[in-house]
Design a protein around this ligand. Structure first.
Ligand code: PLP
Length: 324
């Protein structure tokens, strides 16, 4: 995976993620499902309770520091994992953090929101589920902060910018190194997908390396075609930073496991959360990884994953949600 390292060399980074994250076989779940399943533990990325977002911040923080910013705005829901990690970034690197969170302000903050408070973030609630309304509110706060003389770094939901996308190109290189250590030929990588940044990064890593397997993003909210387009557009933009073209045919998205919508539990998701906890001692969540794992387990049942294939489930974190 030297190709990926060489491609990213020279792009400033601040090492926030503790790498490599663990990689291991899912012995019991593989046995139950008749498939060969492995897991990449990006729930254990080691900063502000971990998860996939730290890899994006490896690049984003370096950029914010380079631009001389003193304030960062992040957008999400009350239980945003991204906003939790961003709050931690503020503590460690001295940025003032403003979170624009959609959904009613809870009387007693729990889960991620509680952590945001502990970390000292400035929390702005907007009681809406409309993402445009939330964005307009975020832009208003941005303007106010600028007028107060702050140098603001403004991040979209999930930190899914082309620069942040490089985090998972780097993550992809690490996964390939894990596989090499185990002498494994990997056929598929499966993970929960939403704002497209994680999947776009993996797809970019694949494009740089020429790996022949498949990356499957299990949507937790976005319709399949729209998510595929978002992944393609983001990977293409990130690819321009390193002269790499993205092949549309390498983007696999699936919205069959969303259920009634973002954050609404499905039975399969609950079963996946229980299975991972009870058979492997690994905690998923009900918003992202539970649905991602439900998709993977269903692929096993339906023969979409063959018994001789090696599959990696990318655990993207988020299990603080269990304490919501
Ligand atoms: C735990 C968890 N898994 C997966 C995702 C999806 O990642 P992305 O938004 O990069 O598609 C998120 C994003 O919020 C997340 O918090």
């Amino acid at each position: 995976m030297n190709k990926i390292k060489k491609t990213l060399v020279g792009i400033p980074q601040v090492k926030i993620t503790l790498t490599p994250t663990p990689f291991h076989h899912l012995h019991n779940i593989s046995k139950i499902n008749g498939c060969n399943l492995y897991i990449k533990r990006d729930d254990l990325t080691g900063f502000a309770l971990g998860g996939n977002k730290t890899r994006k911040f490896d690049f984003l923080v370096a950029d914010a520091l380079k631009q001389g910013c003193d304030t960062i705005i992040g957008i999400g829901a009350n239980q945003s994992n991204f906003c939790r990690v961003l709050s931690g970034i503020g503590s460690k690197f001295g940025f003032e953090i403003h979170l624009i969170l959609s959904g009613r302000k809870p009387q007693n903050p729990t889960g991620n929101l509680r952590i945001d408070h502990i970390l000292g973030a400035h929390v702005h609630h907007i009681d809406t589920t409309d993402s445009e309304e939330r964005m307009n509110y975020a832009l208003k706060i941005n303007q106010q902060l600028k007028e107060e003389g702050k140098k603001v770094y403004f991040l979209p939901p999930g930190g899914s910018t082309p620069l942040g996308t490089l985090g998972y190109a780097q993550g992809f290189a690490e996964i390939m190194e894990d596989a090499l250590k185990y002498n494994l030929k990997i056929d598929k990588i499966i993970h929960a997908s939403s704002s497209a940044g994680t999947q776009a990064g993996l797809v970019l890593g694949q494009a740089i390396s020429g790996w022949k397997g498949e990356i499957h993003g299990i949507s937790v909210d976005t319709p399949q075609v729209e998510l595929a387009k978002n992944v393609y557009d983001l990977a293409t933009e990130a690819g321009k930073m390193c002269n790499i073209k993205i092949d549309k045919n390498n983007i696999f998205t699936d919205d069959s496991y969303v259920g009634k919508g973002y954050g609404i539990r499905t039975k399969a998701c609950e079963e996946a959360v229980n299975l991972f906890a009870r058979k492997e001692g690994i905690f998923l969540d009900y918003v992202y990884t539970g649905k991602g794992a439900a998709g993977m387990l269903d692929y096993c049942q339906k023969g979409k994953i063959k018994s001789d294939e090696n599959v990696i489930f990318l655990h993207t974190g988020g299990n603080i949600q269990l304490f919501e």
